[in-house]
Design a protein around this ligand. Structure first.
Ligand SMILES: O=c1ccn([C@H]2C[C@H](O)[C@@H](COP(=O)(O)O)O2)c(=O)[nH]1
Ligand SMILES: [Zn+2]
Length: 189
């Protein structure tokens, strides 16, 4: 056997020793990160909320973020909170992330699905979640939890048997780096 054959055999042995990566993101990290990525599309200057709906097969069936309805320009409709007239604040117009995720569904329905959200759902979203048949919620923050709207959400979820759990992330951030050196990733190099 010459040296080139030996080297070829060595690398073949090395190849067979290759194990799967260990630092991959798990399903929950993937779904919550997807919700957070969607939130980055939001134009709301105060709260960017994302939602990701997942079925029993771990397939994503809907994604949404808080934004103005179709045809209602992000530049023309208001983003203000406190205004003399309610017509000049965002509240009468903005579609919430959960509602958009449900409306954007790519499956016949979202029955028995799980929704991942950055912020605990408000009462209006709670109604939509219940009516859509979603049975589980993972939320990251319950930051507005003491407000009546959020107390009402919990009351409705408890009555309707919708399970809600705070998602505790394993890591504080997941980075997306578009600057990948694909050649350096090849194990044969
Ligand atoms: O369940 C919810 C609750 C709120 N949002 C969105 C709606 C708004 O764009 C912001 C909240 O703005 P505030 O001025 O802090 O009330 O968050 C949502 O998408 N889902
Ligand atoms: Zn809402």
């Amino acid at each position: 056997m010459d040296i080139s054959e030996m080297t070829a055999n060595m690398s073949l042995q090395d190849e067979t020793k290759l194990k799967k990566r260990e630092d991959y993101i798990d399903w929950q990290e993937y779904f919550m990160a997807t919700a957070f990525l969607a939130a980055k599309r939001s134009k709301d200057p105060s709260y960017q909320v994302g939602a990701c709906i997942v079925n029993k097969d771990n397939k994503i069936v809907g994604i949404g973020y808080n934004g103005m309805p179709i045809g209602c320009s992000d530049d023309e409709f208001p983003w203000a909170k406190k205004t003399p007239s309610p017509l000049d604040s965002k509240y009468l117009y903005v579609c919430h992330a959960e509602m958009n995720a449900i409306m954007n569904k790519n499956s016949a329905d979202v029955k028995d699905c799980t929704i991942y959200v950055g912020l605990f759902p408000c009462n209006e979203c709670a109604k939509m979640i219940i009516q859509a048949g979603i049975t589980k919620i993972y939320y990251l923050s319950d930051g507005k939890g003491d407000r009546p709207s959020y107390v009402a959400s919990k009351r409705m979820f408890d009555a309707a048997g919708v399970d809600y759990k705070q998602y505790v992330p394993k890591r504080s951030k997941i980075e997306i780096n578009f600057n990948v050196d694909w050649d350096a990733m090849s194990p044969s190099k």
